[in-house]
Design a protein around this ligand. Structure first.
Ligand code: PLP
Length: 230
């Protein structure tokens, strides 16, 4: 299938899964993770209606945000201090923030640009050593510290679930949703009003993530690979 057809199929499935779960399709944003394809892949997905794209390398994020300014670019990769000014200039939302030090640098970069940067806090719910993210028991303190920075707006939480283990993935999604609820209830009204997003679910597990409350799913292979099998 073409990228256009695969994007349309995933988007239709996202809407169908939302309805099965009693959720509004408009409550879930489908982010097309284009890190493995060239600009023609991005253009094809846009043609099929994609308006949110994810990249995990700053160089590619910056180049594509410049080439395709009419869509929203999400940074979902590892953050390095020296690349923060580039990321802040290009990303509508940074999904992978998990240290106060990087939060302070993002705050400074956004202040220089006269903007407020939307961020998610990445949580390592499953505790796997290979995953980045703040530990769940430290997430509340980090969110509160970040929320105090004037050029940062903490919009919610993100996690990467264990791959190849549906039960462990579901536990991670449920864990993130419960944690987000706990954190929201301890924020002040303005902070809690902004803290609404749950970025979780990838090609192999996004339906479960939606059932568990995801508001953003990050889908790469199911849109851009012609060999992805569900
Ligand atoms: C690559 C990537 C995805 C997309 O993964 P697929 O399995 O290709 O859907 C989602 N989130 C992050 C953080 C990624 O790096």
């Amino acid at each position: 299938m073409s990228v256009e057809d695969q994007y349309r199929r995933v988007a239709a499935e996202v809407a169908a899964v939302c309805e099965q779960c009693g959720r509004e399709p408009s409550d879930v944003r489908l982010i097309a993770v284009s890190k493995t394809v060239g600009p023609e892949g991005v253009a094809a997905a846009m043609e099929a209606g994609a308006r949110d794209f994810g990249e995990n390398r700053p160089d590619q994020l910056v180049a594509r945000a410049a080439q395709f300014p009419e869509v929203r670019w999400h940074f979902i990769g590892n953050i390095q201090s020296r690349r923060i000014p580039d990321i802040v200039g290009a990303a509508a939302l940074i999904h992978s923030l998990h240290t106060l030090r990087h939060g302070q640098k993002i705050n400074e970069a956004a202040a220089r640009l006269g903007t407020v940067q939307d961020v998610l806090v990445e949580v390592n719910v499953s505790g796997e050593a290979s995953k980045s993210g703040v530990a769940p028991q430290e997430a509340l303190m980090l969110v509160r510290a970040l929320a105090a920075l004037p050029h940062l707006r903490v919009r919610g939480l993100m996690t990467m679930a264990p791959q190849g283990d549906p039960a462990a993935a579901e536990a991670a999604f449920r864990g993130l949703a419960v944690l987000a609820g706990e954190i929201r209830s301890s924020l002040d009204d303005a902070e809690a009003g902004a803290f609404t997003e749950l970025s979780m679910g990838m090609s192999e597990d996004w339906p479960c993530a939606i059932a568990c409350g995801a508001t953003m799913v990050r889908v790469g292979r199911a849109i851009f690979s012609d060999s992805f099998e569900e």
